[in-house]
Design a protein around this ligand. Structure first.
Ligand code: NDP
Ligand code: 8X3
Length: 249
């Protein structure tokens, strides 16, 4: 029987690539994001290969998140795989110059949004005693880099939550994994630099960054392991990157 995966942040970058990879492997998809027109386009593209349902909500909005996830039709209501991917960096400033609105966005989306979505989905997994939750962390969840302060804190929190989830959900047979990429060429830097593409493009200049498809393939590998194997915590860099701050250009 086909599995069903719910992917947050499926309108772009890593989330969209995961949707593509999963569609190739006959996994039914629930795709989430705020940009409905993109969800429609992606549904059209992958809907020929697999069954796709879209949900439009902002993970910062607790009641909208719970309402959206409670509204799934019967045929999409059993979620085998949850990919907590929605997230972004907002700004790159030393702490003394940081914008509290950016701090709110990162903590509310990357940390609290992940918790709200998980809270809505976990009960059906504990009841069935099966499921796989993949949280998209970051190399920024393993080391802090200059001006990364609050983004790095949000991704350290994702890693701590992942470990906590794995401990608490292990008795229910639920797998929990953190996949932590280094630099991936997506719309991430456009968001971080608030649409200033002259700055955003420079992030990926002069070396080959990870592509979203590279991360998606790793995630499919993680979800397709045998029942007794759980990839707990995986860190992946582009070859040109040795750490958050060392990139060979
Ligand atoms: P993108 O900007 O390309 O994609 C971000 C996704 O998150 C979009 O689909 C966006 O959808 C969704 N999203 C953002 N804010 C919200 C919100 N408030 N509510 C619902 N959805 C939201 O970036 P990436 O693909 O690179 O990022 C995906 C994940 O990977 C993030 O968690 C990021 O931190 C992590 N990551 C990225 C790395 C990189 O170098 N790019 C490296 C390591 C980790 P929409 O705007 O339609 O809502
Ligand atoms: C995204 C990678 O290095 O921009 O998590 O923080 S980085």
């Amino acid at each position: 029987m086909r599995k069903t995966a719910l992917i947050t942040g499926a309108t772009s970058g890593i989330g969209r690539a995961i949707a593509h990879e999963f569609a190739k492997h006959d996994i039914n998809l629930i795709l989430c994001g705020r940009r409905q027109e993109r969800l429609d386009t992606i549904k059209k593209a992958f809907g020929r290969t697999t069954d796709v349902y879209t949900l439009n909500f902002d993970v910062r909005d607790k009641s909208a998140t719970f309402e959206a996830l409670a509204s799934l039709p019967e045929e999409f209501s059993k979620i085998d795989i949850l990919i907590n991917n929605a997230g972004n960096a907002h700004g790159l400033d030393p702490i003394q110059d940081g914008n509290p609105d950016d701090w709110d966005a990162m903590m509310d989306i990357n940390v609290k949004g992940l918790l709200y979505v998980s809270k809505a989905i976990i009960p059906q997994m504990t009841e069935r005693q099966s499921g796989h939750i993949i949280n998209i962390g970051s190399s920024a969840g393993k080391e802090v880099y200059p001006k990364g302060n609050v983004y790095c804190a949000s991704k350290h929190a994702v890693l701590a939550i992942t470990e906590g989830m794995r401990i608490d959900l292990n008795p229910f047979g639920i797998k929990v994994s953190a996949i932590n990429p280094g630099l991936v060429e997506t719309e991430f830097s456009q968001v971080r630099f608030k649409g200033d593409n002259s700055v955003a493009d420079k992030v990926y200049e002069g070396y080959k960054a990870l592509q979203p498809e590279d991360v998606a393939e790793i995630i499919y590998f993680a979800v397709s392991r045998p029942a007794h194997v759980n990839i707990a915590d995986l860190l992946v860099f582009p070859t040109a990157q040795a750490s958050s701050t060392i990139v060979k250009k």
